[in-house]
Ligand binder design. Structure first.
Ligand code: MN
Length: 203
């Protein structure tokens, strides 16, 4: 069965003004859709047809860069839509105590995430992730992903220019600040932490 473009988990206006409906429309309807379509075209009629997206990513890693890029970007964007929320709330319970022990405080985590996101050279992703019970910040370049990495990703932020250029032009730190100030989906992070293994793309 072919992979589907998962619907946004909120209205396209729901993150405005942090992310405008125009940006979300292009990012989801054009960019994410293209990654899904290209992944489907590449796996159709091969041994990978019918496998999960994570299995496709793992199979293509290191052997088929074109498929890897599109499959990983398909997964990353699904994870990113879920990592954002109209009103992000704040971490509680187990997740909050993990954050305090790894970073000292939520504010310190946000500060470091802003630094890593702003400092990331060119296109990529910044992640809050867990491995062996320890939380850490990770970065991946271009389309690379933590989906099959041994890390359990909790949240991600897309730092490709297409994620923010229409709203912020080249000022990536302002995009990061807007997300960190109120649009990270801490409930999703907590679900990922409690599951203990990497999220699966639906379908
Ligand atoms: Mn993107």
């Amino acid at each position: 069965m072919a992979f589907e473009l998962m619907p946004l988990p909120y209205d396209s206006e729901a993150l405005d003004p942090a992310i405008s409906a125009r940006t979300l429309g292009f990012h989801h309807g054009k960019h994410h859709k293209a990654y899904i379509d290209k992944t489907n075209a590449a796996v159709e009629g091969t041994d990978l047809a019918g496998k999960s997206l994570t299995d496709v990513i793992a199979a293509a890693r290191g052997s088929n860069q074109g498929l890897f890029n599109n499959a990983a970007q398909s997964w990353n964007h699904g994870f990113y839509w879920n990592s954002l929320a109209p009103s992000g709330g704040s971490p509680s319970g187990h997740l909050a105590s993990k954050i305090d022990s790894a970073f000292g405080s939520l504010d310190e985590l946000k500060k470091k995430l802003a630094e890593r996101g702003a400092g990331h050279f060119a296109s990529g992703w910044v992640w809050l992730a867990e491995k062996g019970g320890q939380l850490s910040l990770e970065e991946t370049h271009d389309g690379d992903t933590l989906a099959d990495s041994g890390f359990n990703p909790l949240l991600t932020i897309d730092v490709w220019e297409h994620a923010y250029y229409l709203d912020y032009q080249n000022v990536r730190p302002d995009y990061l600040k807007a997300l960190l100030d109120g649009h990270l989906n801490w409930d999703f992070a907590a679900e990922n932490l409690e599951r203990g293994s990497a999220w699966n793309y639906p379908g």
